[in-house]
Write a protein that binds this ligand. Structure first.
Ligand code: SF4
Ligand code: SF4
Length: 156
């Protein structure tokens, strides 16, 4: 856990709250990004928290953090740790649209063309640093999912 926090630069967090204020999931549920980072720094077992799975990995918080805390990367690493310890939601609880988006674009909630255009205007990459930014990476990701026995990803 400490390695995840250190590598994600979480010790630089000043608890400004910009991440929580920017989070689209936080507007719809009880998910609080700043709290996750704070509790992780305190050494709490945040990987066991159900809220961890409310993140859409949109990377907004990470792009906006004034201290360059790799927030989304930390959340992804915490999820990896959760899965290793058998804390993860049932696939049946994940909305089908999220799974379809993930397979097709590499993101559970891809940005709309309008938002991508606005990002380009202000000098940002069209999409955040997720796997969907690169066609080869996306194909490799889909191949990985196709190898999982969970379901026929391409058919959903
Ligand atoms: S935006 Fe960055 S510095 Fe501010 S609370 Fe979130 S992680 Fe901490
Ligand atoms: S990456 Fe997750 S925590 Fe960060 S703003 Fe997006 S939904 Fe919220």
């Amino acid at each position: 856990m400490d390695e995840i926090i250190r590598e994600g630069n979480a010790y630089a967090c000043i608890q400004c709250g910009r991440c929580t204020g920017s989070c689209p999931s936080g507007r719809e549920c009880g998910f609080r990004t700043r709290m996750i980072i704070h509790m992780a720094k305190l050494g709490r077992d945040v990987f066991k928290m159900d809220e961890l799975w409310d993140c859409t990995t949109c990377f907004t918080c990470q792009e906006r953090c004034p201290k360059e805390v790799k927030i989304t990367d930390i959340i992804i690493e915490l999820r990896n740790l959760a899965v290793k310890n058998s804390y993860y939601p049932s696939m049946a609880d994940v909305p089908k649209i999220i799974i379809q988006n993930l397979y097709k674009t590499g993101s559970g909630q891809p940005l709309s063309p309008e938002v991508q255009k606005m990002r380009s205007i202000i000098g940002l990459e069209k999409t955040p640093c997720d796997v969907g930014r690169d066609e080869d990476d996306l194909r490799a990701f889909q191949k990985l999912l196709d190898g999982l026995p969970l379901m026929r990803w391409g058919d959903i």
